[in-house]
Design a protein. Sequence first.
Length: 508
Amino acid sequence: MSAKNKPFSLGSAPDIVDFAEVAFGYRKTEIPPKALKLIESRRKALEALLAEDRVMYGINTGFGELASQRVSRESLKSLQVNLIRSHACGVGDPLDDAEARGLIFARANELARGNSGVRPVVVKTLSALVNKGVIPFIPSKGSVGASGDLAPSAHMALTLIGEGMAKFEDERDWRPSAEVLKEAGIKPIELAEKEGLALINGTQAMKAVGGLALFEAMNLFYSSVLAGAMSVEALKGTPSAFDKRIHELKPHPGQLEVAEMLESMLKGSQIRASHKTADKRVQDPYCLRCMPQAMGAARDAIEYALNVFETELGSVTDNPLVVEGKTRGSIDVISGGNFHGQAVAFASDFAAIALTALGNISERRTAQLVSDFEILPPFLARNPGLESGFMIAHVTAAALCNENKILSHPASADSIPTSANKEDFVSMGMNAALKLRTVVRNVACITAIELMAAAEGVEFHRPLKSGARVEAALAQLRKISPAFKGDEVFSGRIEAVADAVLNGYFVP
């Protein structure tokens, strides 16, 4: 990604790369004149309906089970501020800078579609928060995923009105939002009718957390296949199981892709040539032989989740929605349920399960690397007995796998009725996204351990060389994790390589 990328035009449908570029601060946002014109015209039409004293949910009524309570005209603006303050109930660690910016971006992009009835100043101010690096304090816990991500989004909206806490990106300390906004040259807004509800009703928090986790998962997937190829070489395995003629007989897209990747990575290997004829082994363990079938299935699951998230990123998830009326220039205000995050919840849970399997098969390959005392030295130690080598690094991988198995229990399988049973079936999409985020990080660490272990194994076979792509990746790895000279502290290396995996360092 490049900081030179042109600004994203709010009101259009971002793909996962667009979303990540804005969330990570590589792109700014802009509001096209056409979008501003639509936002303004829809707002005027909504105000005309308000002047007619038309009853509209959340605009001149209470919320949730209190929707039947009519609110007087003189209290409509107070209604919106009260909504933000009362819904700011989040707890736990705050979202990181990219997640918070992603949440703001997702909300600004939806409001720019003109289906929420807000004034242009709301979208302009949200865009300014993104572009000037203002990060609201948004606790990560408190959303059940319907009516959207209310609590996290309310904390974002607090900053918009000059309340709550905020900071600039990369700052450590939180300050009063009013102070940060003044420093950024952003004027807090006074909410008008409908605008408080429009700011918090939607799936923007789960989209931000889960979307960024999926973006990193794409980089992680490539590195996982790379680690698998490196392990094949270290264990003197055979690439015959990756022959495309096998996989054309079971043509799942991910399976075909992984088999092709492995064959390409291992092409021209001197290590393979050294044991091609004299080796008495017939088949490798499943963790090597079945990589296309197992890891390919994970790839297909990630692809499914990605498609769901990109559809959601291009959707309008507010309620009620302002839509084109039956006569030219008119509007209808319709109450529905686009805020419900069930699709995103399912996708996040499915992706977490798939990535857990990706971590499990990586741990099994690491187990082979440290346990095969014939091909490689025990635990890959230079001086076994005096040194423990990768013994406990493998234990760490096993511990992370166990945690992932716990986190793979689907949040979306649960629903707890809220709001006096008016909101009686919810998605738990935010919890699913938060679990996915943790699983992705854990699998990156598991993969990092395998990469370092497999690299030691490949270098044990010197002067023989692996395939060109494996050798190139090994050289990249050695820039951030040099070859071990004996027992050393692993922790910092694991974290550094995991960061590189998630950042796409190994993706060509």
